[in-house]
Ligand binder design. Structure first.
Ligand code: AMP
Ligand code: GLY
Length: 417
């Protein structure tokens, strides 16, 4: 079997390493992948958003199965096009990927089907949005409708900040067309939990829960990033919370998408907040989370490829998906300065026998060089979370590149629960 994985970050590296455990797969291509995964897949210089080139590559290389990992190609319809060629795919079609691609869509879906989420209003007119903000409860949350590289959410602590956010999104078009519409929603409080799930549109099987660390600096200070580290399982996701989520959120969401004629197949990511009134949806993603995947997949005991094939075929069962009882911790090593300006081009040295998932790196004359903000993620698993964290930080010491920066407190909050 020849498998193609679209995407090129740490998440894709984790997916590829896990797929490699399947003996039926003889070849994995990564489009575009990155230099740090060259030992695990053949990297092909095709961008993840270049749908025509992706389709051509699949056709010309007799690809048997495609995994489309990032949000952009899913929202742009990569799965629709590959499916037309008869290639089975893991990932939703565009009409289902809209659950991430449009916040207005997802909020309206939740309202229509009674799925718990923050109260909200939608605006397509800046003047009306600014007027609303004059009396809205503060803090308030402003969200650009479309994809915005994870940056389209602004938590405004004052009316002034809220007005600035509306202006920069709707008038200055900070996120381009993504800001033609905005959602202004209620500020929720409580611990956050990420739950990735496999679904074939009929059955939904949650994976082990996880906790992201989005801020750049220790103690959740500094700017928002794509994620500086993760742990799994998330201690706030108790059996009782899990049961409520299944009943009040996961199944209703799958059913709602079916009722809308937008059956979702692939990995549906539930970004949840456990409020005093119960779990509520903060966001949906139409894909595996990054860096959640880097702690979730190392704990998956089942064969990922078998699960992905069942999802594509519509034959998924809960029995197919088994997770270890262990814990995992992933520490992201970034280029100092990320998420703002940083230098790159420094040589990376690291052990080869570890769960290290490379995101921002390239090969030059046989040397692996830093080439991005988030350079790599170091994951360790252990019987307890405390041990997984300690092991991950030990392994971090064996990875070297100039200008490396990482948080020292990944998992600290989880240990205090
Ligand atoms: P998102 O890009 O949708 O993941 O949002 C980024 C982050 O903003 C989330 O992980 C939350 O920490 C925060 N956030 C989003 N919506 C809300 C909300 N309604 N109330 C409080 N925090 C929120
Ligand atoms: N880690 C959050 C995301 O993948 O969107």
């Amino acid at each position: 079997m020849k498998v193609m994985v679209v995407g090129g970050g740490g998440r894709e590296h984790a997916i590829i390493k896990k797929l490699k455990e399947n003996k039926e797969i003889e070849k994995i291509y990564a489009l575009p992948g990155n230099g740090g995964m060259a030992n695990d897949a053949e990297c092909v210089a095709i961008g993840a958003k270049d749908i025509p080139a992706i389709v051509d590559f699949a056709k010309n290389n007799a690809i048997d199965f495609a995994v489309v990992a990032p949000d952009d190609p899913l929202v742009l319809g990569a799965v629709d096009e590959l499916s037309k060629l008869g290639i089975p795919c893991f990932g939703p079609e565009a009409k289902a990927a809209i659950i991430e691609g449009s916040k207005v869509f997802s909020k309206n879906l939740m309202k229509k089907y009674g799925i718990p989420t923050a109260a909200y209003e939608v605006f397509d007119d800046a003047a009306k949005a600014l007027e609303y903000i004059e009396t809205a409860p503060i803090p308030t949350v402003i969200k650009a409708d479309g994809l915005a590289l994870g940056k389209g959410v602004i938590i405004a602590m004052t009316r002034e900040e809220a007005a600035d956010a509306v202006k920069s999104i709707m008038q200055d078009k900070q996120f381009g067309e993504s800001g033609n519409q905005i959602v202004i929603e209620e500020f929720l409080e409580g611990p956050e939990v990420s739950v990735l799930s496999f679904t074939d549109g009929k059955t939904v099987v949650p994976m082990i829960s996880s906790m992201d660390h989005k801020r750049a600096k220790d103690n959740d200070e500094g700017l928002n990033t794509g994620g500086m580290g993760t742990i799994a399982p998330n201690p706030y996701y108790t059996a009782e919370v899990a049961e409520r989520c299944m009943k009040e959120i996961f199944l209703p969401t799958i059913n709602a998408m079916n009722a809308e004629g937008r059956t979702f197949k692939g990995c549906l990511y539930f970004g949840l907040m456990i409020t005093k009134d119960g779990p509520k949806v903060i966001e949906y993603n139409c894909r595996f989370g990054d860096p959640e995947t880097q702690v979730v997949l190392p704990l998956l005991e089942s064969d990922l490829f078998e699960i992905m094939k069942s999802v594509a075929a519509g034959t998924l069962t809960a029995e197919q998906v088994k997770f270890s009882e262990k814990s995992a911790c992933c520490v992201v090593m970034a280029s100092d300065g990320y998420p703002l300006k940083y230098q790159s081009g420094f040589e990376i040295t690291m052990p080869q026998d570890k769960n290290i998932y490379v995101a921002g790196a390239k090969l030059a004359d046989g040397r692996l060089l830093t080439a991005g903000g988030r350079v790599l993620g170091v994951t360790e698993t252990a019987d307890t979370l405390a041990d997984a964290i300690a092991k991950a930080y030990e392994t971090v010491k064996t990875v070297n590149f100039e200008n490396a920066y990482y948080r020292k407190d990944i998992g600290k909050k989880a240990l205090e629960v």
